[in-house]
Design a binder for this molecule. Structure first.
Ligand SMILES: Nc1nc2c(ncn2[C@@H]2O[C@H](COP(=O)(O)OP(=O)(O)OP(=O)(O)O)[C@@H](O)[C@H]2O)c(=O)[nH]1
Ligand SMILES: [Zn+2]
Length: 299
């Protein structure tokens, strides 16, 4: 039997679409009965082995997953491209930091794209770069003026990416500029993400002409930053995590403790004060939220 390797790009009711990893051919394949018996379902992004018998492609094996995202449901994601702008719509740093928490919580690599630079003054761009470029790669773009598009491509090449970011920041415009003709179900996106939180929605992987895949639905549509304890938050601020090992107390949360290396780093401008203030804000939000849900449970 000739076994070939592919990646699942889409689901139908009981068939799935895959792309052969060697020749890029799109193939409709069936699941072998053994998977149904074992209640194993491959999902979009899964690397699989398949065979062809009598002109019918059948999935033989699902290869181990590197990771699994739930919104959208997709396996083996390498990275998130966090797209933001600062104006039209106005996006504040707190919102950006909340997205970054999701990215870090899912242990994904992240590239930040600051789009709509055509609307910004030099000093606005500089302030943004001062905060984020020490933490993540930042690419400056304007989908409208075709600025910076070529700089994103090397990051996307031969990887599986999801795009994330607030509505209206220009995710679809950027993808169309990066790869004209890429099929995007834009209208369906917001509809899907507004459904109940227990609905798992399937996404489709789209292939870039230059190699690599992108999910057609944006990642992290809803914020669920509150599903962890406040003292866990510091792990999702990369620079806090880095400095926290030098704090006097092992369980330092960098608020009122003495000998806090994080607070020192903020004072020495090694950690952005804006990021630190957002940390405190989100810490308090989580604490409030935890208290509220606890009270409810006791009633
Ligand atoms: N000035 C300016 N406008 C842009 C730029 N990129 C996109 N836009 C405009 O911003 C608006 C929103 O762009 P979309 O690409 O639909 O944004 P999106 O992030 O995909 O939005 P959702 O689908 O709601 O998540 C459109 O009117 C675009 O024309 C840019 O670089 N500069
Ligand atoms: Zn500390």
């Amino acid at each position: 039997m000739n076994i070939r390797k592919g990646i699942v790009t889409r689901f139908h009711s009981n068939t799935l679409e895959l792309m052969d990893l060697e020749n890029g051919e799109k193939i409709t394949a069936f699941l072998r009965g053994k998977f149904k018996l074992q209640k194993i379902t491959p999902i979009v992004g899964d690397y699989i082995e398949y065979s062809i018998e009598n002109n019918t492609a059948k999935i033989e094996n699902i290869l181990p997953r590197k990771n699994l995202l739930y919104r959208p449901k997709i396996a083996n994601v390498d990275q998130t491209i966090l797209v933001t702008c600062l104006k039209s719509p106005k996006v504040d740093y707190l919102t950006i930091d909340k997205f970054l928490i999701q990215v870090e919580k899912n242990n994904l690599d992240c590239i930040i794209v600051l789009n709509k630079v055509d609307l910004l003054e030099k000093n606005e761009i500089k302030n943004f770069l001062d905060i984020y470029s020490p933490l993540y790669p930042v690419v400056l773009t304007s989908a409208k003026k075709n600025i910076g598009i070529e700089k994103i491509k090397p990051y996307l090449k031969n990887k599986i990416s999801t795009f994330a970011g607030m509505s209206g920041v220009g995710k679809s415009s950027l993808l169309n500029a990066i790869n004209p003709g890429l099929k995007l179900k834009v209208g369906e996106i917001s509809e899907k993400s507004q459904r109940g939180k227990h609905t798992t929605t399937y996404t489709e992987l789209l292939k870039f002409d230059f190699g690599g895949f992108v999910a057609d639905t944006p990642g992290f549509a809803a914020f669920d930053v509150y599903k962890f304890k406040p003292d866990e938050l510091q792990n999702y601020f990369v620079e806090l995590k880095e400095h926290s090992i030098y704090c006097g107390f092992n369980d330092c949360v960098h608020i009122n403790e003495p000998h806090c290396a994080v607070k020192e780093a903020v004072e020495n401008n090694e950690i952005s004060e804006i990021r630190y203030r957002n940390y405190l804000k989100i810490y308090n939000e989580i604490e409030e939220f935890t208290k509220k849900t606890r009270r409810k449970r006791w009633k």
